[in-house]
Write a protein that binds this ligand. Structure first.
Ligand SMILES: [Zn+2]
Length: 351
């Protein structure tokens, strides 16, 4: 994604004035094809072509995309590997740990019941990789979730450790109904109340990219104070307005989902599904429309603009909006092992 169509004035005028000096992206990937069993979108697996992306996305590329999208700010990211059966979990975990030694990176490790990794091995990998918590494994490809429940994705084997150490647990919720599905809401409550010391972060605002979904979802989180929402790939101002009206803004964490959000374009609602409208240099994928001759910017910037616009519409003070981009996420990270985990990561950053 070359970004040759992007006019820097849009960022400078519309977004930069509302950002803090450092931007923390709470959801970003790093991966290498050499750590995969198969390339998801070439494997023929059901759901495999749902989100076609770069086959190699090393941490250097992530840092570059962060710098490109937020050129006058320091970019930091919570990063993790490839969370589906396509990846070799052990190799992927090692690479995420390596990525975490790069300046600005806070690594999570991918765990989940279907991986069958014993608790003592999880603890040992956490230590060795200086991980700040878990990104929950997705035992499916793309949108082929079937009837998976949260209770099948992880359990006491993982969550008792998260409770003990106060870890981040970043969860991409399953099922077509997303966080609007009562079954999913039940699962989130089970995690939140069962392990109140864990910090549960729901990726993509619980995958509610559209207002009709968020409208039925946000109320379920109101009293779950250890549940947070990451904004990755959410570009709908009404969705984010509902979030800010429904829960404390301190529970909202800016996030991109790089490499996906490094595309130039915007996710929009068409009838009852989202569609990514992108410039013509993006690879073909499901729910992706490649358009010629449109002026557009990086999706990461569109997410930032939607957060700012929704926050202002909801009447948040500018300081509260700024905190969504750094402080809110940092205070979650600083609560892991009472701050010692963040310190350990930052001390290990290569100069
Ligand atoms: Zn992601």
């Amino acid at each position: 994604m070359t970004g040759m169509h992007v006019d820097p004035a849009f960022y400078q005028e519309r977004i930069a004035p509302f950002l803090p000096p450092r931007v923390l992206d709470f959801h970003a990937h790093v991966w290498r094809k050499s750590d995969w069993h198969a390339v998801p979108w070439k494997s023929g697996a059901r759901g495999g072509t749902y989100m076609v992306a770069d086959e190699d996305y090393p941490v250097e590329r992530l840092s570059e995309d962060g710098r490109r999208c937020f050129p006058d700010r320091e970019y930091r990211a919570v990063c993790f590997g490839y969370p589906t059966p396509s990846a070799d979990n052990e190799k992927d975990t090692k690479y995420a740990a390596y990525a975490g030694a790069t300046h600005g990176m806070y690594p999570l490790m991918i765990v989940g019941s279907p991986l069958g990794v014993p608790a003592d091995v999880i603890r040992q990998r956490l230590e060795a990789g200086r991980f700040l918590g878990f990104k929950v494994y997705l035992p499916w490809h793309g949108d082929d979730y079937g009837r998976t429940t949260i209770q099948e994705m992880l359990g006491p084997n993982e969550m008792d450790i998260a409770q003990d150490l106060g870890l981040v647990v970043l969860l991409h919720v399953p099922r077509t109904g997303r966080l609007a599905d009562p079954e999913v809401q039940e699962g989130v409550r089970w995690l939140s109340e069962g392990w109140p010391g864990a910090k549960i972060v729901l990726a993509h605002c619980g995958r509610c990219y559209m207002p009709s979904e968020m409208e039925r979802a946000i109320g379920s989180l109101r009293d779950l104070s250890n549940v947070y929402l990451d904004s990755s790939m959410v570009m709908d101002e009404t969705v984010l307005r509902m979030v800010f009206d429904g829960i404390e803004s301190s529970r909202v964490l800016f996030a991109t989902d790089f490499p996906v959000a490094a595309m130039v374009g915007r996710r929009v609602r068409v009838a009852d599904h989202w569609v990514d409208v992108v410039t013509s240099d993006a690879p073909a994928s499901a729910f992706r429309v490649r358009a010629e001759g449109i002026s557009a910017t990086y999706m990461a910037q569109e997410i930032a603009l939607a957060v700012v616009t929704a926050g202002r519409a909801a009447g948040l003070r500018e300081e509260r909006i700024r905190q969504v981009f750094f402080e809110n996420g940092m205070s979650v990270l600083r609560s892991v092992r009472n701050g010692s985990a963040v310190k350990r990561v930052e001390e290990a950053w290569r100069a």
